[in-house]
Design a protein around this ligand. Sequence first.
Ligand code: MG
Ligand code: MG
Length: 255
Amino acid sequence: MKKFRGIYIKNSAEIALMREASRIVSVILDALGEAVEPGVPTMHFEDIAQDMCRRFGVQPAFQGYGGFPFALCCSVNEEIVHGFPSRERILREGDVVSFDMGVIYERFYGDSARTYPVGTVSEQARTLLDVTRESLNRGIAQAMPGNNLYDVSRAVQDYVEGLGFSVVRRFVGHGIGSKLHEKPEVPNFVPSGTVGPVLKPGMVLAIEPMVCVGSYEVEILEDKWTAVTKDRKLSAHFEHTVAVTHDGPVVLSVS
Ligand code: MG
Ligand code: MG
């Protein structure tokens, strides 16, 4: 595979495989969303994700990755990312639940995340979800050949901060391909003191803003995985796998 500044350039056949991997992730996220309601233990979503991976004949991407024990990251309310599905954690009316899912199809990865409201949620929670989803759309719109990677970062950051929310620094998006995490890192803020790479057709990025109502400071729980906001205020996460093409950005993680 060709590289530019250490970033793999995928050909159309490789992007087609990534499109299928990402489509399957999207179909799984659709099913998880349909199953969200008060009273459901979060392990139910892991069961759905595992079952669908078997039926699609794909491998869950996260299980075993760095020792992560589940197929699905399931993060409720102040949990930002990397939450564990659990038989004891029961969704309640007013919660928000983030699902982050990845699969491997024919050696290529797809990765996507969404946050869903559980029943009726507060206006603040609804706004948080809208802002996070829209910040992802604004980032994606900048994933054009000839743009700088940090144009993506800036679009996310400016939109989120302009509305009084904050973006997490500790976790960032990433290149994706025949590995889950490839170069480059895709921050949701403009890092100071470095210059981002120019985007080229054939690059594939997982763009994934994590947005907080309060401070973006993160704490990791005792399970060594679950990342929560230090102030325990709400957080949301949306992610798409996006190909940079001659015609502009193409979102691969759609059903
Ligand atoms: Mg993800
Ligand atoms: Mg990702």
